[in-house]
Design a protein around this ligand. Sequence first.
Ligand code: KIV
Ligand code: ZN
Length: 387
Amino acid sequence: MRKIHIFDTTLRDGEQSPGVNLNTKEKLEIAYQLEKLGVDRIEAGFPAASPGDLAAVNAVARAVKNASVIGLARSREQDIDAVVEALKGAQDPALHVFLATSPIHRKHKLRMEKDQVLETAERAIKYAKQYFSKIEFSAEDAGRTELDFLCQVTDMAIRAGATVVNIPDTVGYMNPSEYGNIFKTLKEQVPGIEKIQLSAHCHDDLGMATANALAAILNGADQIEGTINGIGERAGNTAIEEVAMALATRADFFGATTTLNLREIAKTSRLVSKLTGMIVPGNKAIVGANAFAHESGIHQDGMLKEKTTYEIISPETIGLRDSKLVLGKHSGRAAFREKLIDLGYELDEEAVNTAFAKFKDLADKKKNVMDEDIRAMLEEKLAESPE
Ligand code: KIV
Ligand code: ZN
C-alpha cells in the first residue's frame, strides 16, 4: 500500500478563510490536535505576513515534535529570512516557497516573461538551500499553466534543490481527468522526478477539490495538501478528512493510505470549527452532524437489522460514539420501538401502536421529535390510562 503524506495547511490556507483570525494560543491548540491526528506536515503560517504570524509560527515550531513544521514564503529573500527566523527551534523545519506560473498571473500580477519566472524561482530555491534541507516549491496557479512550461518549471525546481514540487489548482478550475493528467505527464516527462515528492493542492471553487486530489493520487501524487473541514480561501481547500476516509474506505480501489489516526477526526473537526468560528454544514461529508444520522423509516429499519445496509463508514472509525436514528415524519415503527426501549418504556404491541400513531401526528408538526417530546407524550398517555 502506497503511503500518501498529509500536508495540513489549516493554520495557513485555512486561516485565509474570510473572517478567520487565529491567535498564537489558538494556533497552538490546533497544532497539538493535528499532531494527535498524525498529519505528516503542518504549515503553520506565512511569517512575512505580520510579526504576529511570525511569532505564532515560531510557537508552533517549538511545540510540535511529531510533524514537520513549515512556513510559507514568496520567492523573495526577505520572506525566506522570515521563515528562517520563525522556524528557529523546530525539530523538523521545512520551507514552502512559491511563484505563480500561469499566463494570467505572469501577465497581470507578476508582469514577467517565462524566463524571468524560471530565474526568480530558481534564485529563491537556491537562496533557501543554505538554510533548509527540505524545500517545497509551488507553481502557483499550476492548473492554468501551459503543461510544457509546467514541466520546465518542475525540472528547474528539482535541479535547484526542491525536495517537493507542489501543483496547486489555486482557483479550483480543474476537473479530475485534467488534473490527474498533469501528474501523469510530469511523472513521464520530467527527468529526476522520482527523486522528489509530487504534491497536490486543490481549491473547491467548483466543488471538485477532493475529487481532484484523489485523481492526483491515482496518477502518482505522493502528498495531499488540505485543511480540516475544507476551510480556506473562497470555497475552501481539499478537506483532509475526506481524502483520508476515501482512501481508508476504498483501499481496494486507490491502493494508497495515510498514516492518520482516524479516530481523532471528529475531535479535530470540532476544535477547528470552534476556534475558527466556521460552522460545519450538517450535510458535510464525514464530519457533518448528519453524516451518520438516518431519518427515513426504510433506512432506519435497514440500520437496525445491519448497519452496513446504509453506512459505508462506521462512526467509531472517526471517533464518534454511534450513528443516530433521528425521529421525524419519515421514521418507521421499528426505530420508534427501539427508541421506546432506549428510553426505558416496556409497552405491549397495542400500546406501541397507539403511541406510534400519536408520534406521527406530532412529527407532522415538528421537524425532529426529541427524546423529551416522546417522554412527555408517553407520560401524558400513561396518566390518562385507567388504573
Ligand atoms: O492555492 C495556492 O496556490 C496556494 C499556494 C501558496 C500554494 O495556497
Ligand atoms: Zn491554496
